[in-house]
Design a protein around this ligand. Structure first.
Ligand SMILES: *Cc1c(COP(=O)(O)O)cnc(C)c1O
Length: 371
């Protein structure tokens, strides 16, 4: 039996490096509720990312739900169907109606040219996703938000460490939300964070992630339990020691894929506009009609060879039962997203992936494409 090559594999530093952190936690006897590890990780992430205020969470989904609650978002929110389902679920958890808008065929992010037509008197916010870590058209989105007085909450779950000319792209919008799930570029087993623009917002979010408590006896809102525990925070601190090396290795793998698949007819590697500043969180390819195998045939062939690639993002969020009756979920409204969801395969990419595995994956794709 050949070993499975999964689409991603967690950044897992040597176990012995984690023991001293655990010893500190055992000594302190503080396991959660904003202990020393939690405080240190918030500060270390602010320093690493060049940001002022980061509120840690137990996972990215709770962070998304709380981000919307903290801004009192109601009514309708414009978002992308081409994402992980948690993006839209966070709206439903707040009683908000998602309005799906199609994506740009080059960036696979929300198409700013199609946003205005979806705005109604009930629209209160836009929730774009920096899909695969490739930045949205932030300038265009913020121009629209300003004209129509809308809030912008970025689902930045894929965008850890992504920058533009001015610094981290997480500084944009009213709030940005990260996920530190085990499958992400930076992980804390499970975890997430909200990037806050100021100390006041940070404090409010701090209350909302702790049941709404502001002190021992006062509860100001129906907050959730969204707190990150000390073991996860400690793991984040350790992970930060290794993250630059991990990002550099991801870049090498990305380059190798592009070099090996270059010129193969019917397979297109998705380009990143901000290539020098991106994080290579995913390696999506689009299997075009001229390729001899259909997308699902290639996907199956990879699986048969123990290469567990994934069809991120298929199906579209708008095709799930709790969304598909929405007018904006109509296939005719989302032609680009639908077409891309039918072509995409994300190939394995993670720091421990060996060059010879990338070569084997590419050889299999090339053989499938030249029969
Ligand atoms: C991973 C992910 C989430 C959810 O984060 P969790 O930490 O798993 O709750 C939300 N949105 C996107 C785009 C994601 O990829």
């Amino acid at each position: 039996m050949k070993k499975d090559i999964t689409v991603t594999s967690p950044l897992l530093p040597p176990l012995e490096e984690f023991i001293p952190y655990l010893e500190q936690i055992w000594t302190s006897r503080i396991l959660t509720n904003g202990g020393a590890m939690h405080q240190q990780l918030e500060q270390a992430l602010c320093d690493y990312l060049g940001l002022e205020h980061i509120a840690l969470f137990a996972n990215g989904t709770l962070a998304l739900v709380t981000a919307l609650q903290s801004l009192r978002i109601t009514g309708e929110v414009i978002t992308t169907p081409y994402s992980f389902v948690a993006t839209a679920h966070s709206l439903l958890w707040n009683g908000i109606k998602p309005v799906f808008v199609d994506i740009d065929p080059a960036t696979l992010n929300l198409d700013p040219l199609k946003i205005e037509a979806a705005i109604t008197p009930s629209t209160t916010a836009i929730m774009p996703v920096h899909c695969y870590g490739n930045p949205c058209d932030i300038a265009a989105i913020e121009r629209i938000a300003e004209i129509y007085n809308l809030r912008v909450i970025y689902d930045a779950a894929h965008a850890f460490g992504v920058r533009d000319e001015g610094g981290s792209i997480l500084r944009h919008g009213d709030l940005s939300v990260l996920s530190f799930h085990a499958t992400k570029v930076f992980n804390t087993f499970e975890g997430g964070a909200i990037i806050c623009p100021d100390a006041k917002t940070y404090r409010r979010i701090g209350h909302l992630k702790n049941f709404g408590f502001v002190n021992e006896t006062t509860v100001i809102a129906p907050g959730i339990n969204g707190k990150m525990n000390e073991v996860s925070a400690a793991f984040g601190l350790l992970q930060l020691q290794h993250i630059d090396q991990a990002l550099a290795r991801r870049r090498e793998i990305d380059r190798l894929y592009r070099a090996l698949l270059d010129g193969l007819s019917g397979v297109r590697c998705v380009e990143s506009l901000a290539y020098e500043h991106t994080n290579h969180a995913y390696f999506p390819i689009l299997v075009e009609p001229e390729f001899p195998l259909a997308r699902d045939e290639l996907y199956q062939r990879l699986r048969e060879n123990n290469i567990l690639a994934r069809r991120y993002f298929y199906p579209l969020i708008s095709d799930f039962p709790m969304y598909r009756a929405l007018p904006s979920a109509e296939p005719a409204n989302l032609p680009v997203a639908r077409s891309v969801a039918g072509k995409v395969i994300c190939l394995p990419i993670y720091p421990d992936l060996a060059d010879k595995d990338v070569e084997a994956i590419c050889n299999l794709i090339i053989e499938s494409g030249t029969r």
